[in-house]
Design a protein. Sequence first.
Length: 209
Amino acid sequence: MKTNLAIIAIFNCVWLCAQHNYKSTYRAGLKLGYSYHTLTGDLTNSRPAGDFLAGLWFQLKMNKKWTAQTELLLLDKGIGDAQFRKKSPHQINLHYFEIAVLFQYHSKNIYFEFGPGLGYLINFEEHLNGNLSPDLVNDHPFIRNELTFNVGIGCRLNERWALGLRLSHSLLPVRDAVPLVSKESYNRLLALSITRQLKKKKASDRQEE
């Protein structure tokens, strides 16, 4: 609950700062990408996994160099690739809905970003040595809420399209230690994504409508 309130408070502060400038502009768009992710602390020498991600983003211009962007994402995390089961004895699929609040610094066509994210675990599945292991999940559950920190770099290809690379890491464990299987687990994710802008509009224009 405290984490939820903190994220909401951060977003509200960003919104108010941006709206303080009457000529602030806002943009909205779509995001699609591919992520390479793992769980730190694994003791089974399992492979990282890869999955697609998708979502929406909404961006406010704060000044000439800075923007604030919030994202609504559906993405997978975890460890172990089912296609390489012999090399991945431990497989965990974690499906998250995530809200990220990012501060972005722009230099010509390049931008740098950082900020927190709040994820909610929608559902999950775990296999150990090829067998579904609900007993393991029941005794050592995953934490539903995840707090992450994101840092990334991107490039604007043109007015509507941009390409970005982002690293995300859990700030708190998503699972306690499991004897002989893993230490405390943290999600780590590297994502390459492309975004498309749908709309760009001045705040002053909205008031004239």
